[in-house]
Design a protein around this ligand. Structure first.
Ligand code: FER
Length: 280
C-alpha cells in the first residue's frame, strides 16, 4: 500500500511538472538596445492608411530592415503597444529599430518589415485622458477588425511583403500582448507566429482565446509567452500557460527573474522573439 502511494505521488508529480512550454529566462547582452557606430541602419517611416472600421485615415509606423530592397519580398511583424501608448510607444521607449539593426549586424534575425500601428481603434485614438475608460479599452478589441480588414490589406498592397500566414507575425506588450494572443490564436489562418510580452487582463480565456485547439497545436510555428516575475499582471501569463499545457499546445515560456512591467523587460523580450520569428 505504501509503495502504491509513493508510485502515485511520483507519477502525479511527474505529470504535473510536464510542460509543453520550452522554458527559458535569458537576458540580452549589454548594448543590445544601444546604437553602434558605423553599422547599417534600417529606416522608420510613418504611413497613413484608410480605415473603414474607424471611418478615417489612421497612422502607423514601419521599420524597414537595413538593405531593404524593392526587389525582395519580406515577411511582416505587427508589433503592438500597451494601454498608455500609441503607434510611437515602441519607437519612443523601446528602440526596436536599434535592437533589430544590432541583430542584423550579427546575422541573428530574419529580414522582416515591422509595422507599429495604433491599437486603439476609435475616432480619438490618442493615449490622453482616462486610458482605462471602458470605451477606450473596448477600442483595443475593435482593432482586430481594423488590423485584419484595413491595415493588413493596405500593407500587402503597398509594400514588397508576403501575404500568407507563414509570413505574418503578431506580437505586443501588455494590452498589445493580450491583443496578439486574442487576434493571433483566433486567426491561425492569418498568423503563424504569435508573441505576448506580459499580456494584460484583456487576454481572453478558454475557448474564447483558442476556438480550435487542434488547429493551434498543428499550425502555429511559434507561440511565445513571457512575463517578468515582479509583474502585477503575471497571473494572465500563468493562466494562459496552464491552458496551453492542458491542450498540449507547444510554446516558448519565459518568466524573467527580477523584471517588472516596463520597457527594460519588453525590450529584452523583443530581442529574443525577433530571433525566433520567421526562422525555419
Ligand atoms: C488593467 C490593468 C492593466 C487593464 C489593462 C492594463 C484593461 C494594461 C496595462 C498595459 O497595457 O500596460 O486592469 O484593464
Amino acid at each position: 500500500m505504501k509503495s502504491l502511494k509513493i508510485t502515485i505521488l511520483v507519477l502525479t508529480t511527474l505529470l504535473s511538472n510536464y510542460s509543453y512550454g520550452q522554458e527559458s529566462s535569458s537576458i540580452a547582452p549589454e548594448g543590445f538596445d544601444k546604437l553602434s557606430a558605423g553599422q547599417p541602419k534600417g529606416e522608420v517611416k510613418q504611413i497613413t492608411y484608410p480605415s473603414i472600421t474607424v471611418g478615417k485615415d489612421r497612422v502607423a509606423n514601419i521599420y524597414f530592415p537595413p538593405g531593404y530592397s524593392e526587389s525582395e519580398t519580406y515577411p511582416v511583424l505587427y508589433l503592438l503597444h500597451g494601454i498608455g501608448g500609441d503607434e510611437r510607444e515602441w519607437l519612443d521607449q523601446g528602440n526596436p529599430n536599434i535592437i533589430m539593426d544590432n541583430l542584423y549586424a550579427s546575422n541573428k534575425a530574419h529580414p522582416m518589415v515591422i509595422v507599429m500601428p495604433n491599437g486603439r481603434a476609435m475616432e480619438d485614438d490618442r493615449a490622453g485622458g482616462n486610458i482605462f475608460e471602458p470605451e477606450r479599452v473596448e477600442a483595443f478589441s475593435t482593432f482586430e477588425k481594423d488590423l485584419l480588414e484595413d491595415l493588413i490589406p493596405f500593407i500587402e498592397n503597398n509594400y514588397n511583403v508576403y501575404s500568407d500566414r507563414e509570413h505574418r507575425a503578431i506580437a505586443g506588450l501588455s494590452m498589445g500582448g493580450g491583443q496578439s494572443l486574442n487576434f493571433g490564436l483566433n486567426n491561425v489562418d492569418t498568423f503563424a507566429w504569435v508573441g505576448a510580452f506580459s499580456p494584460a487582463p484583456n487576454t481572453k480565456e478558454g475557448e474564447d482565446l483558442i476556438p480550435d485547439t487542434e488547429k493551434a497545436r498543428e499550425d502555429l510555428h511559434l507561440l511565445f509567452l513571457s512575463c517578468g516575475d515582479q509583474d502585477q499582471l503575471m497571473n494572465f501569463t500563468t493562466r494562459t500557460h496552464d491552458y496551453l499545457n492542458k491542450h498540449n499546445i507547444e510554446h516558448v515560456y519565459r518568466i524573467i527573474p527580477d523584471h517588472h512591467h516596463n520597457f527594460e523587460y519588453w525590450k529584452n523580450e523583443l530581442y529574443y522573439f525577433a530571433q525566433l520569428v520567421f526562422e525555419d
